[in-house]
Design a protein around this ligand. Structure first.
Ligand code: 1DF
Ligand code: MN
Length: 351
């Protein structure tokens, strides 16, 4: 596995990476302020108390790379054969910020900054809008501004907002704006809210290692079971990390969901128009961020369909050239590989 990684499609496809992160200085400064003034939740202390303060080589490198939307990032894309990066403000965005006005200011300035970077590198960068779900009406407006004025192709929300989930009715304007603009929603992991943290930090399992997937898959399932896709049948929700393992669990969640409805076990579980297999094959898109792992990718292709699985690197948290080579060598057909690396992203982000 030592082939050269080049941009430009020498292997029959462009590589479009769909879950790539950047930060702004003022975003990280607010995280640090919250860690120090005691207003940060446990997950923020664990995640950003670490990334923004640890002197380790990994964290200082990641900070440096997060803050750059210029030459270094383009060079790293060139060096690993990444033709295009779909960029979003790093998790948890501005969602934990308690001063909503401050959060909105930081999100809209990040959107402006990202739009400038995309304009400077129009063939390399594609943007997703950052929002502040603390204010759903404002977020809806910002989604429209992102789509109509800034040229963005999707919206990223970093899972829960201060313990609130997108199935709650106050967030409906966000889904209305997604429907009106025809944009996909990428639900990216965030740290667990305090109510869910339990012993995760003591166990060293709260972050990307495990906790992220627990909380994000929970969020995705809440959206399904409360009928988001019956209300918005064209909505497309993207999720990384092997679609946060939902395809792996699908038979069981579908079986137990139906069993729960038949027996009237929970007030909140209402019959849906379709079974969970239908939503997985019509409304979800999965990426291989953090999971450049052939069995997981083949499972997604089998369960979701070959049109619904996309490549992601998760730069700068994961920047490993041999992982790109492993994805080039996936044991799938050439047609499936082109969909995976290129044309599915073009189709679903409407590039
Ligand atoms: C980590 C991983 C951090 C991912 C992230 O954002 C992130 C990490 C703060 O390793 O701590 O986006 N990830 O998506 O795997
Ligand atoms: Mn990520």
């Amino acid at each position: 596995m030592t082939h050269e990684l080049k941009t430009g499609g020498d292997r029959g496809y462009l590589r479009i990476a769909t879950e790539e992160a950047f930060a702004t200085r003022e975003q990280v400064d607010v995280f640090l302020r919250m860690v120090h003034d005691g207003t940060a939740d446990k997950g923020m202390v664990s995640l950003w108390g670490f990334y923004a303060q640890s002197p380790s080589e990994r964290t200082t490198q990641i900070m440096d790379r997060l803050l750059d939307l210029g030459d270094q990032r383009i060079r790293h894309m060139d060096e690993t054969g990444i033709d295009k990066a779909i960029l979003a403000m790093t998790s948890p965005g501005v969602q934990p910020m308690l001063d909503t006005e401050e959060a909105k200011g930081i999100a809209s300035r990040a959107n402006d900054y990202l739009a400038d970077a995309c304009q400077a590198h129009p063939d390399r960068y594609i943007g997703m809008t950052a929002v502040a779900p603390q204010d759903p009406q404002w977020s809806a407006q910002e989604i429209r501004r992102g789509a109509e004025e800034l040229g963005f192709k999707g919206v990223q929300i970093n899972s829960h907002t201060q313990g609130h989930y997108l199935d709650e009715p106050q967030f409906d304007p966000i889904f209305r704006a997604l429907a009106d603009t025809g944009q996909p929603l990428y639900i990216h992991p965030a740290t667990l809210p305090d109510e869910m943290m339990g012993g995760m930090i003591d166990a060293g399992l709260d972050g990307a290692v495990f906790g992220f997937a627990v909380e994000t898959s929970y969020h995705l399932l809440r959206l399904v079971t409360t009928g988001i896709f019956d209300r918005y049948p064209d909505l497309q929700i993207m999720a990384g990390h092997g679609c946060e393992a939902l395809p792996y669990w699908l038979y069981r969640t579908d079986f137990m969901h139906k069993a729960g409805i038949r027996s009237g076990r929970y007030e909140r579980l209402k019959p849906l128009k379709h079974d969970l297999f239908h939503y997985m094959r019509n409304n979800f898109l999965g990426t291989c961020s953090g999971l450049p792992f052939e069995p997981a990718i083949k499972l997604m292709i089998e369960v979701m369909g070959e049109d619904r699985v996309m490549y992601a690197m998760d730069y700068p948290y994961e920047y490993v050239a041999d992982e790109v080579r492993a994805m080039d060598n996936l044991d799938i057909t050439d047609a499936q590989k082109k969909k995976f690396f290129q044309t599915n992203a073009e189709r679903w982000f409407k590039l």
